[in-house]
Write a protein that binds this ligand. Structure first.
Ligand code: CTP
Length: 442
């Protein structure tokens, strides 16, 4: 607002706004709030919400939102505190609160110049030698190594670039040529064929080999004390999988199956909404998937893992029966498999096709409505719900980028930083149950 306009209005107060996470509140935070307040008569401080921080890649925030708000309040500089919940909120705040000056630290210099059309934008010099990152003792990078038998990386190199603190730097393959080609293609630091020396140089191993070799590599990595992400299924033997998870737990390391669906915010929210009764009692889960739609085209076990994960997340492990039927047409090179899973009070129905034009839809039917992911439900940032007798359609939208792997990597990064090994997104008993189901349908 210009000086003239402000003075024509109700008040001549100069209104300032600034934003931050304010984790582990320190003197840098205190200084910027003090200086921001001195630039005007009324200071609004936007404190970032937990989910917004995760969305923008700030993963290891220690203090709760309430604690961070309380620390800002205690300085006495903030006349009002608001929560910053989404990208793009700054423009609406500036208009909503009649802001004259937006204050940002010098680390943001230039990034918010586009807001100069709305108010004055001031970048204040950061206080030297202090930051929340430093206080959290971060700055440490975990190196990822890929063990592979192909020259395709499954997206790990690109996706790990989006998670601060992770870096994919080496590759190992029994075949030297494969390792070399992989290394050149993805511009990694080193390649080799000696697994023992490879594993001693990385903190996390991504096991990206054909199904029959996975469990052995996982076991070797766990014995070497390395965190592991492995393509799913790791094995078709549930008791072997149980042993691997137990070994990881004894060694206090993380073992993740690569089932990215379990780490998507939209999918977790969908499960939560369904369990909280948004559509009444869950009667059925129906999902359709065409094998070719997964990156690179997956075989039946790798494809089936995703719908089985969805079913377990929604209906739990108490299934009583599984039936499968299939139709194949070798001449036309297409196949269709129908899997029905019975629960005491619900049914799941999975359709898997290859060489067919399927709809890739996901529907949870409840006694009071239904939740739908319209297409490619395994890589989703969106779902919608139709509740009987309520507004026509509720839409739920979440950030989703890449092939979904970065969200799994983010969760792993948080767990490594917190030294936590229990995976709350996909419990080991859920993975074992999934393998039992898989055994039945193959
Ligand atoms: N700030 C500052 N001087 C510092 C640290 C932060 O002036 N030494 C400012 C930032 O520029 C920002 C505000 O304080 O305007 C809130 O910053 P925040 O990101 O919460 O703090 P950081 O210490 O930078 O946190 P992190 O290390 O997690 O990025």
């Amino acid at each position: 607002m210009t000086e003239q306009l402000r003075c024509m209005g109700v008040s001549c107060m100069k209104r300032v706004i600034t934003y931050g996470t304010f984790d582990l509140f320190h003197r840098g935070h205190y200084n910027i709030l003090k200086r921001a307040r001195a630039l005007g008569d009324y200071l609004i401080v936007g404190v970032t919400s937990e989910s917004y921080d995760i969305e923008r890649g700030k993963l290891n925030v220690r203090d709760s939102l309430l604690h961070r708000i309380e620390n800002v309040r205690k300085t006495g500089f903030a006349d009002e505190i608001i929560i910053e919940e989404y990208q793009g909120q700054k423009v609406s705040d500036i208009l909503k609160y009649n802001i004259d000056v937006l204050v940002l630290g010098s680390d943001w210099r230039g990034k918010f110049d586009y807001l100069k059309n709305y108010c004055e934008v001031v970048y204040l010099e950061r206080t030297k030698n202090i930051s929340s990152t430093q206080l959290r003792g971060e700055g440490r990078t975990f190196n990822i190594g890929v063990v592979t038998d192909s020259t395709w990386d499954g997206g790990i190199v690109w996706e790990s670039k989006y998670v601060s603190g992770l870096h994919t730097e080496r590759v190992c393959s029994e075949n030297e040529q494969t390792a070399q080609k992989f290394c050149e293609k993805y511009e990694l630091d080193t390649y080799g064929t000696d697994f023992a020396s490879f594993v001693s140089d990385v903190e996390v191993v991504y096991v990206h080999v054909k199904e029959e070799d996975r469990a052995e590599y996982v076991s070797k990595c766990l014995y070497a004390g390395r965190h592991v992400i492995c393509d799913a299924p790791i094995t078709r033997d549930p008791s072997h999988l149980r042993e691997l998870f137990d070994l990881a737990a004894r060694k206090q390391i993380i073992l993740f199956e690569r089932i990215t669906l379990a780490y998507l915010r939209a999918f977790n929210q969908l499960v939560w909404q369904a369990h909280a009764g948004l559509i009444g009692r869950i009667l059925s889960v129906k999902c359709t998937v065409s094998a070719e739609f997964f990156e690179g085209g997956k075989d039946l076990p790798e494809t089936a893992v995703y719908p089985l994960c969805a079913v377990i997340k929604l209906l739990g492990s108490g299934w009583t029966d599984i039936q499968t039927s299939e139709v194949e047409d070798e001449g036309e090179d297409c196949a269709y498999k129908l899997i029905t899973i019975r629960y005491p009070e619900a049914l799941a129905c999975i359709e898997i096709g290859s060489g067919l034009d399927m709809e890739n839809e996901f529907v949870v039917l409840g006694s009071n409505g239904r939740i739908t992911i319209p297409n490619d439900w395994w890589n989703t940032g969106y779902f919608e719900a139709r509740v009987l007798g309520a507004d026509p359609l509720k839409r739920f939208c979440f950030n989703f980028e890449g092939n979904g792997l970065r969200y799994l990597l983010q969760e792993m990064m948080i767990m490594m930083s917190d030294r936590r090994t229990t995976n709350a997104r996909l419990f080991s008993q859920e993975s074992v149950e999934l393998t039992k189901m898989l055994q039945k349908i193959l």
